[in-house]
Structure formats: C-alpha cells, structure tokens
Design a protein around this ligand. Structure first.
Ligand code: B12
Length: 235
C-alpha cells in the first residue's frame, strides 16, 4: 500500500492569474473546510479565473488526494464526507457560471444516482456540463427509486435519462431501472445513458443502455449526438 500524494496539476500557474496560489484551497478541501472552500472559490471567480480551471486546478487536487486515501482505507466515511462537502461548497458557486445559457434547451435530461447509492459528486459534474451544453437538466439526487425516474420522465416528457452508480453492488440497479422503463412501456421514448467509475461500455451494452460516458465530457458528446435522434412521443 503506497501513501497517496497530492497531485499538483501541471501548468496551473499559466491558467490562473498573476500571484495566485491554490495550495490553501487544496488543503481546505483535503481538511474539509467548506467555509474556506466557498470563500476561496468566490475569490477565484472574482479574480476572473475560468470556472473549469477552478474545478480542475482548485477543487479536484485535495478531493482526489482524500479519495485515494479513502480507497486505501487510510481515512473513512466521516473524513471523506467533510471533504465532499467542501468540494460541493465550491461546486455550488461554479455551477451557475458554467450553466449560464438562456437559449432554448437542446432537450430535457433527467439525472440521478440509482437506488442504494449515495455518491453524487460525479453526476453533479455531469449535470453542470450538460447544463453548460444547453440541456435542461432535472437532477433527482441520490438513492433514486426506479419509480421516481419513471414518474419524473413522464411528467417532464424527458428526452434523455442518466443513471449514475459508483458501487459494484448498485450498478445492478441501472439494469433494474432500465427494465422498469421497459415494463412501463416507456423505454422507446427516452435515450438512457449510464456512467460511474465501475461501469463500462460492455456493461452498458449488457444492461440495455443507449450509451456510456467515461467522464463528463464524454457524457456531453454522447448526449449531443443522441438528441438528434428523436424517440417515440410521450402522451
Ligand atoms: C467520495 C466517495 C464517497 C462519499 C460520497 C460523497 C458524495 N456526496 O458523493 C461517501 C463518504 C459518502 C462514500 C460512501 C461510501 N463509499 Co465511496 N467513494 C468515494 C470516492 C472517494 C470518490 C467518488 C467520487 O466522487 N469520484 C469523483 C467523481 C468525479 O468521479 P465519478 O463519480 O466516477 O464520476 C465521473 C464519471 O464516472 C462520469 N459519470 C458519473 N456519473 C455519470 C452518469 C452518467 C449518466 C454519465 C454518462 C457519466 C457519469 O462522469 C463523472 C465526471 O467525470 C470513491 C473512490 C474514488 N477515488 O473514486 C469511493 C468509492 C466509490 N466508495 C466505495 C465504497 C465501498 C463506499 C461505501 C460502501 C463505504 C462504506 N464502508 O460504507 C459507502 C457507500 C454509501 C452508499 N450507500 O452509497 C468504493 C466502491 C467499491 C466498489 N467497487 O463497490 C470506492 C471505489 C472506494 C474504494 N476503493 O473502496 N463514498
């Protein structure tokens, strides 16, 4: 077992502004200081730093360091949770900037983490990127029951749905939820995308999804490609 180290993003100085430093934010996210994380991200926004740069260079290094420690069982749920909270305090400020888009939405996308799974950082980032790309995204949060996905998709006449899962035990619910759409007679009305670290293209094929996104950028590319193919109409 190797001790995880902070991975400093290469070339971060060129992407920030003169005299800027990220070290205090890396440390704040690592230590779960959500108040500082919020304030430092606000300062970065005020200084005119690109929100994507704030996410990648400012917020992720400390989060990834703690994530690696969590995976190695050097830290446990309480520490990981406070780091996640600090990450989300920063994400909340970046979100409206990335999503500022007044044009007619490309389509309605329902996003959620499947039943039994509480992980939401990855799907929140995908949500932000989809909003930024022009989708109207309704995020149902975590631990979402298949019925809730179906009910919301019907209410909102969704074009696309995304199921996130981070646990090898919950990826199964991606298939269960897809099967429930089939049983309810709605499967042909929506494009279904899946994602989350343990998922693969093979799993997407096996569980009957229309696509798999390795990361947020791929999710956006996929959604933009699929939206051009109209599905059956909602009643
Ligand atoms: C943060 C975290 C937590 C936090 C979650 C906080 C939160 N609000 O999300 C807390 C502490 C609550 C937690 C709890 C647990 N966790 Co946890 N957690 C993690 C950790 C460190 C990071 C996950 C993360 O946010 N990654 C960063 C994001 C950006 O990546 P991502 O989610 O993969 O998302 C990207 C892509 O996958 C994709 N994507 C994601 N969703 C979607 C959806 C669609 C539609 C598309 C197209 C793409 C897409 O785009 C995203 C952005 O690029 C990982 C380990 C790791 N280093 O990954 C473990 C990890 C996922 N957890 C794990 C475990 C075991 C647990 C617990 C069971 C621990 C326990 N003993 O109780 C509980 C389960 C609770 C539950 N029922 O869900 C294991 C899972 C092992 C497995 N294979 O099943 C991991 C891998 C750690 C490990 N190695 O042991 N965890």
């Amino acid at each position: 077992m190797s001790e995880p180290v902070l991975e400093i993003p290469e070339g971060w100085e060129e992407r920030a502004v003169d005299g800027w430093e990220w070290a205090t934010l890396w440390e704040a996210v690592e230590e779960g200081d959500h108040g500082y994380s919020h304030d430092r991200v606000q300062q970065a926004i005020d200084a005119g730093i690109d929100p994507r740069v704030i996410l990648d260079d400012g917020l992720f290094p400390g989060f990834n360091l703690q994530g690696d420690r969590f995976s190695e069982q050097i830290i446990f749920i309480p520490e990981m949770l406070i780091t996640a909270r600090a990450m989300k305090a920063g994400l909340a400020l970046i979100r409206p900037l990335l999503a500022a888009n007044d044009e007619k939405p490309l389509g309605t996308f329902i996003m959620g983490t499947v039943l039994g799974d509480m992980h939401d950082i990855g799907q929140s980032i995908v949500t932000i990127m989809l909003e930024n790309a022009g989708f109207n995204v309704i995020n149902l949060g975590t631990d979402v029951h298949p019925d809730k996905f179906i009910e919301t998709a019907a209410e909102e006449k969704a074009d696309m749905i995304g199921f996130s899962a981070l646990l090898s035990t919950t990826v199964y619910y991606q298939k269960v939820t897809i099967d429930e759409f089939e049983k309810a007679g709605h499967r042909d009305k929506v494009h279904i995308l899946i994602g989350g670290a343990p998922t693969t293209q093979e799993w997407a094929d096996e569980c009957g999804a229309d696509g798999w996104g390795r990361d947020a950028m791929e999710a956006v590319k996929l959604a933009r490609r699929l939206i051009t193919d109209q599905r059956g109409a909602w009643a």
